[in-house]
Design a protein around this ligand. Structure first.
Ligand code: ADP
Ligand code: MG
Length: 327
């Protein structure tokens, strides 16, 4: 029902940035190689995400908007995981209950695509033909138009856009093989070509994290016993006043983790200085069997099977790198 969806929306959709996060994750799940994001008025008026991924079959389109409809759970043991995944198959339903949402998609098998439109109503959405190349466009308009109490919690356009950009940054740093574009009020903010060579990676990090970070950081790339840590480590001279620049990815997924932060803090402890936090963009790759993801669907937690080994590898690698550049 609409009420149930709106309750779910209370957990999934806090602000425009949470909508963007869900739409970007769906686009990546669909195998997109190019993702274009257009937002207006901090995302409260419009968030449109267009991808060139696998698309949605005509008959699946209305289903994609109903609760617990997910195409991503296939086997019985996945079903057991629903309890912990919690929000599986709820994002689009939740978003559609608090906005005007349309979904246009083409799986690439026909020349034409199909579209469904819902406006925060219970009505079964109708499917109409619509021109669309292979892939999907999700258009969300007028967030919280039917829930004025929630609308009042929205901050200024600038603040909401900052949150959106943070979500965009976090996800664009996770997938270098995919090109991204972000525009706000018809102005292009980020244009990030796809490609996983070093020059494109450096350009993307510089674009997203600022050229000051790129200039005042050192590249790291160390492999040991099946673990690889690579990325950029901010030098002690680099400081960022507003917010921490700390991105840590495990197998391409941004995480916050006690083992990781402890190792980083320890490695930096010799050079830590008042009020400043180390800046870094780091990628840890390891055998997926050695890490449980999805401990929590929104908090981006992981659990390492070999915590000690991961901790010591991170600590030693970072400490050595930092010791090299310590003034
Ligand atoms: P979940 O991602 O947890 O499955 P969502 O509510 O986010 O749930 O999406 C519901 C379903 O809609 C997905 O399982 C998928 O089948 C389909 N879907 C949503 N967005 C896209 C997209 N950009 N491309 C292809 N399929 C999509
Ligand atoms: Mg999803």
């Amino acid at each position: 029902s609409r009420l149930a969806n709106q309750i779910a929306a209370g957990e999934v959709v806090e602000r425009p940035a949470s909508v963007l996060k869900e739409l970007l994750e769906n686009a990546l799940d669909a195998g997109a190689r190019q993702i274009t994001v257009d937002v207006e008025q901090g995302g409260t008026k419009l968030i449109r995400v267009r991808d060139d991924g696998g698309g949605i079959e005509r008959d699946e389109l209305p289903l994609a908007l109903s609760r617990h409809a997910t195409s991503k759970i296939h086997v019985a043991e996945d079903l057991e995981a629903i309890g912990t995944l919690g929000f599986r198959g709820e994002a689009l339903a939740a978003i559609s209950s608090v906005s005007r949402l349309s979904l246009t998609s083409n799986t690439g098998e026909q020349a034409e695509g199909w579209e469904v439109v819902v406006e925060g109503r219970d009505m079964a959405p109708s499917v109409t033909p619509a021109g669309h190349p292979r892939g999907t466009t999700v258009t969300m308009r007028d967030l919280f138009f039917n829930t004025p109490a929630r609308r009042r919690f929205l901050r200024t356009e600038k603040t909401e856009f900052n949150h959106l950009e943070e979500v965009f940054r976090r996800i664009a740093l996770s997938e270098f093989q995919t090109g991204f574009r972000l525009s706000h009020n018809q102005k292009v903010v980020h244009q990030l070509p796809s490609g996983d060579n070093e020059a494109l990676r450096v350009a993307r990090v510089a674009r997203l994290c600022g050229s000051a970070f790129m200039e005042q950081s050192m590249p790291v790339d160390v492999s040991h016993a099946g673990l690889r840590l690579h990325g950029w480590l901010g030098l002690p001279t680099f400081s960022r006043s507003q917010a921490d620049l700390q991105y840590f990815y495990v197998n391409g997924r941004v995480i916050r983790d006690k083992v990781v932060s402890h190792a980083v803090r320890q490695a930096y402890s010799d050079v830590l200085y008042h009020g400043r936090h180390p800046a870094f963009v780091l990628f840890l790759e390891l055998d997926p069997a050695l890490v449980d993801v999805n401990v929590h669907p929104t908090k981006h937690e992981v659990r390492f099977r070999e915590q000690r080994m991961v901790h010591d590898f991170l600590y030693r690698t970072l400490h050595r790198a930092i010791a090299e550049v310590r003034p």
